[in-house]
Design a protein around this ligand. Sequence first.
Ligand code: NAD
Length: 269
Amino acid sequence: MGKQLQGQVALVTGSSTGIGAAVAQAMADAGAAVIVNFHSDKSREDAEKILEEIKSAGGDGFVHQCDISKEEEVLSMYSAIISRYGTLDIAVTNAGIQQDAPFLEMTLDQWNAVISTNLTGQFLCAREAAREFKRRGVQTSRSKAAGKIICMSSVHEVIPWAGHVNYAASKGGVKLLMQSMAQELAPYKIRVNSLGPGAIKTRINKDAWDTPEDEQQLLKLIPYGRIGAPEDIARAAVWLASDESDYVTGTTLLIDGGMTLYPGFADNG
Ligand code: NAD
């Protein structure tokens, strides 16, 4: 990977594990200083490990604990970023959770937990990023855009998902949150896009690939014939953050091995 993000500052929420960790490392490999956000005390060690790897490869950054569903915590995370680096160039609003239940049994707490993290959390983090990008404006020495927001959506912004209505509703919400932000913020030269992962091997979906039988079942949904890796998403995140994608805004880049291609229709000729 080249250093296409050299001199820029990137926040990646929920980056102590999984896709976020890979995105944080890829952004750092591309030259950005990276804020590794983590949520709970038990994630601190993982976050520090990611930062250590970034630093030992010659990168820069810091770890910051913040529950992205809490406005005051998000505001203080942005203050910490601005006081350390003066500004921010890239916000990857990645943090997300699942709390699954059949619709008839889903509690309001399960609904609220997923919506607060996956939708409200992305709103709060994107809004603070946009405020800073608008304040600073374009600095051509940094990037052609005033700033880049990358939302973490899912194939479930397209595919309905029984047993996961809170998650599917949150990602469907992210789709129009992202597109509406993109429309409103384009005049300020702020680009807003989403990544839409399919099945990526992380702890969030461990039940879906844990045993060989589960893995075979999952592979039936993926025409390209393999489960994704966090790095598949990370490479796309760097591209969306870089000037290489300067004319791209308001788009969800699906990275799913064809999961959204209705694979059930393939043998239905
Ligand atoms: P993961 O569980 O490893 O990562 C989620 C991260 O978010 C964790 O580090 C967690 O600590 C953090 N987090 C949770 N609540 C938080 C909060 N309130 N504040 C701050 N951080 C919080 O799983 P992942 O697969 O890496 O998921 C990352 C994102 O990718 C999520 O938005 C998820 O919906 C999305 N996604 C994943 C897949 C997949 O197949 N793995 C597919 C589509 C979309």
